[in-house]
Design a protein around this ligand. Sequence first.
Ligand code: HEM
Length: 549
Amino acid sequence: MSLAQVLDLASEHLALSLGLTVLASLASWAVYNAFFSPLADVPGPLSARLGLGSWMSNRALSYDMGWKLAEQHDKHGAAVRVSRNMVSLVDPSVIGEIYRYGGKFEKTSFYSYFRADKPSLMSILDNHSHALMRRAESPAYTMTLLVDLEEHVDSCLDDLVANFDKAIVAGKGKGTVDMGEMMQLLAMDVIGELAFGGTFGLCKAGKDTQGFLPMLEAFVDVCCLCGECSFLYYPSQSADSSCAGTQPWAGLPLIAFCNWKVGAQGPQALASKSSKAVKDRLEQIKKAYETGDEPRRDMLSKLVMAKNADGSPYSIRQIEVAASSILGAGSDTTAVTMRALLYFIVRDPAVYAKVMREIENAFDSGLLSLPIKYSDGTKLSYFQSCLKETLRLHPAVPWTLPRVVPKEGAVLAGRYYAPGTQVAMSPFVFHRRTEAFGPDTAVFRPERWLEATEEEKKVMERNLITFGSGSRVCIGKNISLMEITKVLPTLLWKYRFSFTPRNQPNSPHKLPGRAVDGTLDDKEPWHVKSQWFAVQHDYWVDVEERGDS
Ligand code: HEM
């Protein structure tokens, strides 16, 4: 046979050989993952056991993380393999192991997709660098500063209330408002006040004039998808990797997608607002030194004073990244929780009546007055137990909070996991397990927090992982609790709320009702999408003046 004939034959069969090679590689990859991987014995969906990595990506695309993962745990028990190398766990004993202070489990590179050109508290992976950054930025989150932050929440709340009043006038005594949007505008404006030197003016305008909402939504979509897509994921395992930093190739789809989905308006508005705010604040501080005036006290005033571990001051870019990450971490989460708390209260007439009795008594006795102080709102014990129960049943972040098993390996809930294995817990799934909160976990029952003994309360507090747990626990927890404790009692005191009926002419609803546990039901006032955040869409509420406020 001549050389030309050999080449002819080879090219004829090249496509076939290539196809067979790909098929054989995929088959051996799947066989290895299903039967020989160290996680081969952990049950889970077929695609995860075959190592195809598509199960988590599907959750990111289908917005059904919470209930799909809960289904898997109902079917398979306390440990579920959700991807080639990740196991979701729901055993209470592992919280302290995986997330504890001073522990060795680090965040997985999933979080690196939350990073801009510099790491933030949320996206930094290695524990040592995180501890240094947390120390540098913690003055922006102290309890003593919290009191100063209250007046900024009050001013945003005044702007929000004006929208409700306008809707009531327009509706001749009964307004209909998009509570989903209203709560988001408020939460964003509050972050503007706290971390960007002033409100974004969204509540005043009554709408998202800057395009922030679609921007944040697209950003989280891309983070979840890239973070779970194996072809983008595996090359970025190193601790300092980042889509927009050390791996610009991986950042390109992110930026392209954001621009395609929302245009550049949101990111640009945010970038120019943050750099102007930082420059203005540095100028103010300089002037304050000269004139002896006290500069405005907020989170930004603390961030501009932050120092790196070597004593050098934070660069302007570091301050901007810290402020922007506060917007990403603190606005959606707080808005989701405020919407859910109002939902759980209004949905049950007995709960609504009890909350109102408590608030009315507090106003009558002089415990509360407008503007409501956080320290007074914390004394509303029934309201506070409603808040706890909301944090349990509708945690703003239902996604798994994944960590890497350290080089020593780890025994978790009686099974050994090899170094490098990823282990995770979803607050949504865990909070609904009987091993975490007893037999009636699916029921909204605020009384569970009031009836519990001190010992039982301690266990429930430990099992409540809405804000994460241990060394990477949410640093903004108290800020959001302060905001919620001021806003909700004020709105409940001023207005009477009911869900806008879905089956009526001119109903504003556009999506089918879907509860946080995935149940499709037309009685639901909203449509929940469960991804990194459990966001409520299409949430319409009728609002009337209460009269005696
Ligand atoms: C109800 C409201 C909130 C919820 C449910 C929530 C939830 C969480 C969770 C679950 C984490 C841990 C993520 C993980 O371990 O993977 C976290 C971290 C974080 N949160 Fe929040 N958050 C809320 C409000 C806020 C607010 C208002 C701010 C800022 C003012 C904020 C800033 C942060 C930051 C900076 C981190 C990273 C902390 C670190 O790793 O040191 N959060 N949050």
